[in-house]
Design a binder for this molecule. Structure first.
Ligand code: NAD
Length: 371
């Protein structure tokens, strides 16, 4: 395949599904299953190449290993417009699940263009899905803030490493959706002060701190954080202006590549705890590191969601899932920072090494030859 590269980790299987009668076309990449059956989302989109699907599957291999889950990495793409009529979507998702029923090394999860109802259809067809509705034993990870809960614990360890308190730390949050909103809630619960918040429509900041209950209420009403009432010290700007807010902890929880070589100079934070996936380019991350900004990598800090999904798959309760998120993320961030100290390297490098070592060790324990 043109845009697929093979290396020591995988991909283990690439399956193309095509059923013209049902209008069904899809791709599954199971990247690596040495740690267990792969977990990864089903992305519904018109235009994801097999190579891109592989890169996403690979990211799951390392994210699941970094989270120390007994799961490998996979990803699938169901080609189509995610906004198609619900009935048609249901038929396609069900057909896709049936076409992959025998690939037991892949557990379906929600991703862009699919949701918990889609996972309920998959579960109904083939029994193998995570991210289910509560009625089917699912743990609604966005409702409970599983990922933000992980960010809080990543920040706690980062603060210990920096020998500073989380209480009183000034936090700026880019993106006020499922991850950003819960982050605001959890961080203020520990005494941190939210000094800036942004959503796609704009940003608001105040050096003295914003009223998080008010921000949450605005979002509940379907409004923007930029609709925050004016007052002394309140500053408003476009969505990008959140990059300029001086703070101790900057939390990206919106889109990829929001910090790049062109704007990284504007960021005035002591640490970045990544909620979003790939929120900064590799070059920007290196510049921050050289400036002494501590960046806890995305696939370590934001693993709360996938940990929660894996716990759901293994039948854990909501409270047990939250406990495990705390335990795993605390341990992993501590471990990454120990490697950083030992090797004087970037946290991302340390995290990648840690994840790769875990996958290699698991691979060494497998019997590859059947003869
Ligand atoms: P969401 O759609 O619920 O929220 C996204 C928020 O970002 C919205 O408030 C939106 O207005 C805002 N936004 C979009 N573009 C923006 C911009 N240019 N500037 C400022 N704000 C902007 O999404 P989410 O579930 O909160 O996920 C946020 C990020 O975290 C994504 O990158 C996602 O891949 C990643 N992530 C989410 C989870 C999870 O559990 N939901 C887990 C791991 C990683």
């Amino acid at each position: 395949m043109a845009d697929v590269t093979y290396d020591e980790f995988g991909p283990f299987k690439i399956i193309e599904v095509y059923e013209p009668g049902a209008g069904l076309r899809g791709t599954l990449v199971v990247d690596n299953v040495s740690r267990g059956p792969s977990i990864g989302g089903v992305r519904m989109a018109p235009d994801v190449s097999t190579g891109e699907c592989l890169r996403l599957a690979r990211a799951m291999t390392f994210k699941n290993a970094a989270a120390d889950l007994p799961h490998g990495g996979g990803k699938s793409v169901l080609y189509g417009d995610p906004a198609m009529p619900r009935k048609q979507k249901e038929e396609l998702v069900r057909a896709f699940a049936c076409a992959l029923a025998e690939v037991e090394q892949y557990i379906f999860g929600p991703d862009m263009g699919t949701d918990e109802e889609c996972m309920a259809w998959v579960r109904n067809e083939i029994g193998r899905a995570v991210g289910l509705p509560r009625e089917l034993g699912g743990i609604p990870l966005d409702e409970i803030g599983a990922t933000a809960w992980g960010l809080l614990h990543a920040a706690r360890v980062a603060c210990e490493y920096r020998e500073r308190e989380l209480a009183g730390a000034r936090v700026a949050i880019q993106g006020f959706g499922a991850v950003g909103r819960h982050a605001a809630r959890f961080f203020t619960g520990e005494g941190a002060i939210v000094v800036g918040a942004a959503d796609v429509r704009g940003s608001v900041s105040c050096a003295e701190g914003l009223d998080v209950a008010r921000l949450l209420a605005l979002k509940e009403e379907g409004r923007s954080v930029a609709d925050y009432p004016d007052g002394p010290g309140i500053e408003k700007g476009d969505a990008e202006a959140i990059i300029d807010v001086p703070c101790d902890i900057w939390i990206p929880a919106a889109r990829p590549d929001v910090i790049n070589e062109a704007n990284v100079v504007r960021l005035q934070a002591d640490m970045v705890i990544s909620g979003a996936n790939i929120p900064m380019t590799a070059g920007a991350e290196k510049i921050l590191h050289d400036r002494g900004v501590l960046c806890i990598p995305d696939f370590i800090a934001n693993a709360g969601g996938v940990i929660c999904a894996a716990m759901e798959y293994h039948g854990a309760s909501e409270s047990a899932a939250m406990e495990i998120i705390e335990e795993k993320i605390t341990y992993n961030v501590q471990r990454v920072l120990e490697i950083v100290r030992e090797k004087n390297c970037m946290p991302r490098r340390a995290a990648e090494e840690m994840a790769q070592r875990r996958v290699r060790r698991a691979m060494a324990l497998r019997r590859w030859s059947l003869f």
